[in-house]
Ligand binder design. Structure first.
Ligand SMILES: *Cc1c(COP(=O)(O)O)cnc(C)c1O
Length: 360
């Protein structure tokens, strides 16, 4: 392998496309004749303005974001959005949340500090191993929005069919599936995600929000918590996460060159199939999620014996595969196979697990 890199199955921060890392390396000492590295530049400079403008435009092209949606780059990761969403979008002080795993639970806990949270459906009864039926939810007329975590990074479940919100605004956390497949933005009032799972460096959230949801009467909120402030300042009310935005922009260009999100989805389906096919025929390993709701990005699996799981983790680590330990709330193992994980990495991991199985 070039550079002697490991196959990194981390859930985030996660593996990046090598081509992007090479470009960044080449531009490190002197970005396009500016005489500076991007991390040394004023965010008010012309050259940086072009970087952020191009990043936004490329993201708009990739996702087909309609003109009546703003794209905001906000620091604080996805976690800050758990608070900003209810602070900005709860007009009547009430929202419906769907509880499907660790990340929607965290969002619910934060929203409860701001207003009334109605848990419209939950898969807690089966330790978040499926997506509950949300075709006929009981949604109060005055609920401000319906909230989902579209891909639960820890529990490995994903929404293949969006909930029926009965005309209410849909808000989605796409952190661990951002840009993994095409997305019809106009189905949502707001889409957001931390970028360190599937796009770039940690510390940045991308918020795509319909303009009419951005209120300018929230002046009692701390300035940083107001979407209108970020929108009004082109995501530069204060110094943005310049470096992360630059790297994300590189990844957007990389994805465009690859053929966009349709092409990416094909690759992701093909890649995840290698792993799920293995799990489905294995006598030792089994996936924890019902087949219909399995994530293309995060694949939790177990042997059913915690000691044996630990042995597998040590075995794969020795063979050069990193970060396969499952989250403590699920146990076992988890392979995160984001956009940048090559199919070769998945095939090699499956071969390693097959070898372990044969030996045990
Ligand atoms: C990682 C993750 C978060 C939290 O992201 P931070 O940037 O660390 O705040 C939120 N939601 C989902 C689905 C995630 O995977």
């Amino acid at each position: 392998m070039k550079y002697n890199r490991t196959y990194n199955f981390s859930a985030g921060p996660a593996t990046m496309p090598e081509e992007v890392l090479e470009e960044i390396r080449d531009e490190m000492m002197n970005y396009k004749g500016s005489g500076m590295c991007v991390m040394e530049m004023s965010h008010r400079s012309k050259v940086y303005q072009q970087i952020i403008d191009e990043a936004e435009q490329d993201l708009r092209d990739l996702m087909g974001i309609p003109d009546n949606y703003k794209v905001l780059f906000i620091q604080g990761g996805a976690t800050l959005q758990f608070s900003m969403i209810p602070m900005n979008l709860m007009k009547n002080g009430k929202a419906v949340y769907i509880e499907t795993g660790a990340w929607s639970k965290k969002a619910i806990a934060e929203a409860k500090k701001v207003g009334e949270v109605i848990v419209g459906a939950s898969s807690k009864d089966k330790n978040y191993t499926y997506i509950p039926d949300c075709s006929d939810l009981d949604i109060p007329e005055d609920a401000d929005y319906v909230y989902i975590c579209e891909n639960e990074t820890i529990h490995g479940v994903t929404w293949n069919k969006l909930p029926n919100t009965k005309g209410h605004v849909l808000v989605s956390d796409q952190s661990s599936m951002f840009l993994s497949k095409p997305c019809n933005v106009s189905d949502y009032g707001m889409i957001y995600g931390g970028v360190q799972k599937n796009i770039g460096p940690a510390g940045l959230a991308i918020v795509i929000v319909r303009e009419d949801l951005i209120r300018d009467d929230l002046t009692d909120l701390p300035v940083y918590m107001q979407y209108s402030i970020h929108a009004g300042a082109g995501s530069m009310y204060n110094t943005p996460n310049c470096w992360a935005i630059y790297v994300c922009g590189k990844v957007f260009k990389y994805l465009k060159k690859l053929g966009g999100l349709e092409a990416m989805e094909k690759i992701n389906i093909d890649k995840a199939k290698v792993f799920y096919d293995f799990l489905d025929q294995s006598k030792l390993f089994k996936g924890t999620v019902v087949p219909e709701d399995r994530s293309l990005m995060n694949i939790p699996f177990v042997t059913g014996d915690a000691d044996l799981d630990a042995e597998v983790i040590a075995y794969t680590k020795k063979a050069g595969f990193e970060n396969l330990k499952g989250h403590k709330s699920v146990g076992g193992l988890r392979a995160s196979v984001y956009n940048a994980m090559p199919k070769d990495g998945v095939v090699a991991l499956v071969d390693c697990l097959k070898k372990f199985e044969a030996e045990h």
